[in-house]
Design a protein around this ligand. Structure first.
Ligand code: GLV
Ligand code: MN
Ligand code: MN
Ligand code: MN
Length: 417
């Protein structure tokens, strides 16, 4: 690869039309009638998009490896192979009602960066590494972002391999089913810096008319599994005052969750995203309910306070309604600040491109939030329509995606030399 002076690379731009075509090309894997994507991690559709990704990377001259948790790494050599690679990427799995951009944009813009550098014949001093992290979404296997957490050392590989989905399938079995349990040890690859481009998934950039979010960090997340044990009884004969209806217990608790989050607002959010009556029947008073709870805030102390208040509410509602309301915390991710140097590189790249921008904290969880524990990391946000994400109607413009890819390209050039 030829060596080029920085001035010539400053004018380099990604091919926004090619990126847009790639986003739509891959949207067929798990594509839904409503124009979204249902591509749960390690599903057959996830296997298909991974195969596509590997082939596209190889066609771009990259060397693709897979680690023991299925994460794909595509390497472009640098002029100095003793340097750790500058890495970028995101995830190709989606929510069951996912859109075309969440995760996908960061991976495919990364591919576009590699293609643009190839077309221009530009080499970098440090190698470049494009990453597709396994199971960012956490919808099928909890917790979210599990492969990047293992990379950062927060879990062992065996702990993650043993996690089960609702059908009882383990991560290990799901990886084997699509042929993606790779040979590389997780965390073995050194990474010098990590940059993730993503849609904002919230309304701020759009509302302020800004093209680029320079992301300074991610908020904290706590996940709980909840279970309510009331008593199953006859729907026709059990007088209302005698009932121990678990669904009514959950209804009251759900309102308490809303009240508590609002009281800690405006940054605090809390969501019961799954709720199931166990052994449901039209003419049985619900006796047992299982549910999930997702709670987030940029401040650790607020997460603590909200959890304490939620437990108090659960005890009070359970006592009054003669049922047990158990909450078990299955995951907590502390708020993370990103690396000042990488944040500054993103900011300088956006400025050099003349793009409007603001500093922002991520409301969503991202693999970058895990990487930040081990590697200097930052993120780039672009707006999405009406701030909507985790919805099939999720949408972003070709121009904003291209601008994000340009910022990624220029950030990577700054970091890789
Ligand atoms: C997953 O996308 C999350 O942010 O929870
Ligand atoms: Mn995402
Ligand atoms: Mn997501
Ligand atoms: Mn996410």
């Amino acid at each position: 690869m030829s060596q080029t002076s920085p001035s010539s690379t400053h004018n380099l731009r990604a091919d926004g039309a090619r990126l847009w075509a790639t986003i739509h090309e891959t949207a067929r894997f798990g594509g839904t009638p409503k124009g979204g994507i249902n591509r749960l991690t390690l599903s057959a559709e996830d296997g298909q998009v991974r195969d596509w990704f590997r082939e596209a990377c190889e066609a771009a001259g990259l060397t693709v490896g897979v680690d023991a948790l299925g994460t794909q790494y595509a390497l472009r050599p640098g002029q100095d192979m003793s340097l750790p690679p500058v890495a970028f990427g995101s995830h190709l799995d989606t929510q069951p009602t996912g859109g075309k951009f969440d995760g996908v944009l960061g991976v495919l813009a990364g591919l576009e960066v590699m293609r643009t550098l190839n077309d221009a014949g530009i080499g970098t001093r440090a190698p470049l590494l494009l990453v597709n992290w396994t199971n960012e979404e956490g919808s099928r296997f909890a917790p979210a972002m599990m492969a990047s957490a293992a990379y950062a050392g927060d879990f062992t590989t065996d702990e993650i391999l043993a996690k089960r989905d609702a059908a009882g399938t383990t991560v290990a079995e799901a990886l084997d089913a699509i042929g993606y349990r790779g040979g590389e040890a997780v965390g073995e690859r050194a990474i010098g810096a990590f940059v993730e481009l993503h849609i904002e998934q919230g309304p701020i950039l759009e509302a302020e008319g800004k093209t680029i979010g320079v992301v300074e960090g991610g908020q904290g997340i706590a996940w709980f599994d909840g279970r309510i044990e009331g008593f199953e009884s006859h729907a026709g004969t059990t007088p209302m005052p005698r009932r121990r209806d678990a669904l009514l217990g959950l209804s009251e608790f759900a309102l308490a969750v809303e009240r508590i989050a609002l009281a800690h607002g405006p940054s605090a959010v809390a969501t019961i995203g799954e709720a199931t009556i166990l052994a449901p029947s039209r003419n049985v008073v619900p006796g047992q309910v299982a549910f999930t709870l997702d709670m987030r805030d940029p401040r650790s102390a607020t997460l603590d306070a909200m959890e304490a208040e939620l437990r108090e509410a659960a005890a009070e509602i359970g006592g009054r309604r003669r049922m047990t309301l158990a909450l078990s915390r299955i995951w907590r991710k502390e708020p993370v600040p990103f690396d000042a140097g990488v944040v500054a590189a993103v900011e300088a790249a956006a400025e050099g491109l003349g793009l409007s921008r603001r500093r922002i904290v991520s409301g969503a969880g991202h693999d970058a939030c895990n990487l930040a524990g081990r590697v200097p990391t930052a993120m780039i946000f672009v707006p999405c329509k009406d701030g909507v994400s985790h919805n099939e109607s999720e949408s972003a413009t070709q121009g904003d995606c291209a601008a994000g890819a340009d910022v990624l390209l220029q950030t990577v050039l700054r970091l890789a030399g």
